[in-house]
Design a protein around this ligand. Structure first.
Ligand SMILES: *Cc1c(COP(=O)(O)O)cnc(C)c1O
Length: 459
C-alpha cells in the first residue's frame, strides 16, 4: 500500500468510528463474518482489475477519465456503511440535505441567483431531464444541437419522441451561427443545446452569440457542460470561451458532470434549471415513499427513483476541501490542465513547422484541455494518415504512454492537407489532459510520443 492510500484508510477508519458513535445506543447486532473465502475472492478481483489502463497515472493521457479525489473516495466509502437513498428523505435525510447544499454550490459557481436541481447517475440522464422539461414547455418542438454535440442528444430526443436536428459546426467544431439562424427561421426549434466543451475536441459553442439570437426568435437554451462546466472557474480561457462561459447565467438549464472534472467517482451528474417552477412537471403520486417530512424529497424533482446518497456525500466533502472559488486550489487544477493542453499543442505546432514535420498543423489551439493531432503522411490521404496515427498510438502504449484515437472531420484541418478531399474523417491522436499533474509530466509525455512517432514512422 502506498503512503497516500494508507493515510486514506486511516482517515476513513477514524471517520467510520465517529459515524458508528451516532448509533452506539442501539443493542448490538453483530454482522456475519466474511468467511474464509473473502480474502481470496478479493485478491482475484484485484487481479482481474489489472486488466485496465492506469487511469490515475499521469502517463494515462487518453480518454476523459479522471481519478476521484481521495476525500471523495473516503466520503463515499463512509456513506456506504449507511447506504442512503436520496430518492426520499426516509432513505437518506442527511445525504439529501448534503445534496441540496452541493447542488447550490454548483449553482453559485455558475452564478445563478435561483435554481432547481439535483444530482443524477450521470450526464446522459441529466440531459434527458433537461430535454424532457423542455418538451413539457414546448410540446412537439424540435431539439437542435451541433454535429459535435454528445451523441446521446439525438438518442434522448428519440426516447422522448421529439424531432431532432443537427446544426453544422465550423472548422473549429463550434456551432455554426448562420446555420442555426436558418433553422430558427423555420419557427420549429423549441430548444437549442449549447455544448460548452464538446467531448471529442473540447470546442465551446458561442453561447453569448446564440443568446443574442433570442432577441429575434423564441427558443429555450439548454447548456450541455457535462465535461466543460467546471472550466468556468479557470482564469486562462481564451476570449471566445470566456465570453461563452460568462453567458451561462442567461441559459434555461445546464448539465455538469462532477464525475468528469469534479473529482467524483462515477454515478455523479447534475442538472440545474434556472426557473424553479419547472418542478411542477415532476408531480406524481407515490403511495409509499413519503411519510417522514413535509420537506421536499429529491425524488419529487427527479425522474430517477433510487439514487446513491453516497454520491452526494462524496461531492459535498470534496467541495468542502476544494471550494469552487476563482483562484482557489480547485480552479488552479483546471488551469493546469488547460496549460498542459496549450503546451502540448504548442509542441505539435512547432513540430509541424519544423524542417522534418511529422504532425499536421493544428487549425486552432485547444479551447479547454483536449488536444488532437493528425499525422502527416507522404501520400496525403486520410487513410494513410489514419493508419500512421494508429501505429503511433500502439507504439506509445508500448512505452506506457496511453493516448486515445478519434475520427475527426477533414474540415478541422487546412484545406491543402488532404488535396481533393473535403468530406469524411481522419483518425487523429487525441489526448484529454484532465489531470493537473499532466502539466508537470508534459516533458515525459512528449518524450515518449516523440520516440513512439520515430519508431512508427520508420517501420
Ligand atoms: C460525457 C458527456 C455526456 C454524457 O455524460 P455521461 O456522464 O457519460 O452520461 C454528455 N455530454 C457531454 C458534452 C459529455 O462530455
Amino acid at each position: 500500500m502506498n503512503d497516500s492510500s494508507s493515510n486514506l484508510f486511516a482517515l476513513l477508519s477514524r471517520a467510520q468510528h465517529q459515524l458508528d458513535q451516532g448509533f452506539a445506543d442501539l443493542p448490538p447486532a453483530p454482522s456475519e463474518p466474511l468467511g474464509p473465502d473473502a480474502a481470496a475472492i478479493l485478491r482475484d478481483a484485484a487481479t482481474r482489475l489489472h486488466d485496465n489502463y492506469p487511469y490515475a497515472h499521469p502517463l494515462y493521457a487518453g480518454q476523459m477519465l479522471k481519478p476521484p479525489h481521495p476525500i471523495a473516495r473516503a466520503a463515499y466509502a463512509l456513506a456506504m456503511s449507511v447506504n442512503p437513498n436520496n430518492h426520499a428523505l426516509d432513505g437518506g435525510r442527511a445525504s439529501s440535505a448534503m445534496e441540496v447544499e452541493a447542488v447550490a454550490a454548483l449553482a453559485k459557481m455558475f452564478r445563478w441567483p435561483q435554481h432547481l436541481g439535483h444530482l443524477s447517475s450521470g450526464g446522459t440522464f441529466a440531459n434527458l431531464e433537461a430535454l424532457w422539461v423542455a418538451s413539457q414547455l414546448a410540446p412537439g418542438k424540435k431539439i437542435a444541437a451541433s454535429d459535435q454535440a454528445h451523441y446521446t442528444h439525438s438518442r434522448i430526443s428519440s426516447v422522448l419522441g421529439l424531432p431532432f436536428v443537427s446544426v453544422p459546426s465550423d472548422a473549429s467544431g463550434r456551432m455554426d451561427l448562420a446555420a442555426l439562424e436558418q433553422l430558427l427561421q423555420t419557427n420549429e426549434i423549441g430548444t437549442v443545446v449549447v455544448t460548452l466543451g464538446t467531448t471529442a475536441i473540447g470546442s465551446v459553442d458561442p453561447l453569448d452569440r446564440i443568446l443574442a439570437l433570442r432577441d429575434k426568435y423564441p427558443f429555450r437554451i439548454h447548456i450541455d457542460a457535462a465535461y466543460g462546466g467546471y472550466f468556468t472557474l479557470a482564469s486562462n480561457l481564451g476570449p471566445g470561451a470566456r465570453a461563452a462561459f460568462d453567458a451561462i447565467p442567461h441559459a434555461d438549464s445546464i448539465v455538469v458532470d462532477p464525475h468528469k472534472h469534479g473529482l467524483q467517482p462515477y454515478g455523479c451528474g447534475a442538472v440545474l434549471f434556472r426557473d424553479p417552477t419547472v418542478g411542477r412537471f415532476y408531480k406524481h403520486d407515490s403511495p409509499y415513499t413519503y411519510f417522514s417530512s413535509k420537506e421536499i424529497h429529491l425524488g419529487e424533482i427527479s425522474l430517477e427513483c433510487s439514487r446513491a446518497g453516497a454520491s452526494a456525500v462524496a461531492l459535498w466533502a470534496t467541495q468542502r476541501l476544494l471550494p469552487y472559488t476563482p483562484n482557489g486550489q480547485f480552479a488552479r487544477g483546471l488551469e493546469q490542465c488547460r496549460a498542459a493542453a496549450l503546451e502540448f499543442n504548442r509542441r505539435i505546432a512547432a513540430d509541424s513547422a519544423s524542417s522534418a514535420p511529422r504532425f499536421l498543423a493544428p487549425i486552432a489551439p485547444p479551447e479547454l484541455d483536449i488536444v488532437f493531432c493528425a499525422v502527416r503522411s507522404p501520400k496525403q490521404t486520410p487513410a494513410a494518415s489514419s493508419a500512421l496515427a494508429q501505429r503511433i498510438f500502439d507504439e506509445a502504449a508500448r512505452l506506457d504512454l496511453h493516448l486515445a484515437l478519434a475520427n475527426l472531420p477533414l474540415r478541422f484541418f487546412p484545406p491543402e492537407t488532404f488535396p481533393g478531399q473535403t468530406t469524411g474523417t481522419v483518425t487523429c491522436l487525441r489526448s484529454v489532459l484532465m489531470k493537473p499533474e499532466h502539466l508537470a509530466w508534459l516533458d515525459q509525455i512528449w518524450r515518449r510520443l516523440d520516440q513512439a512517432t520515430t519508431t512508427a514512422l520508420s517501420s
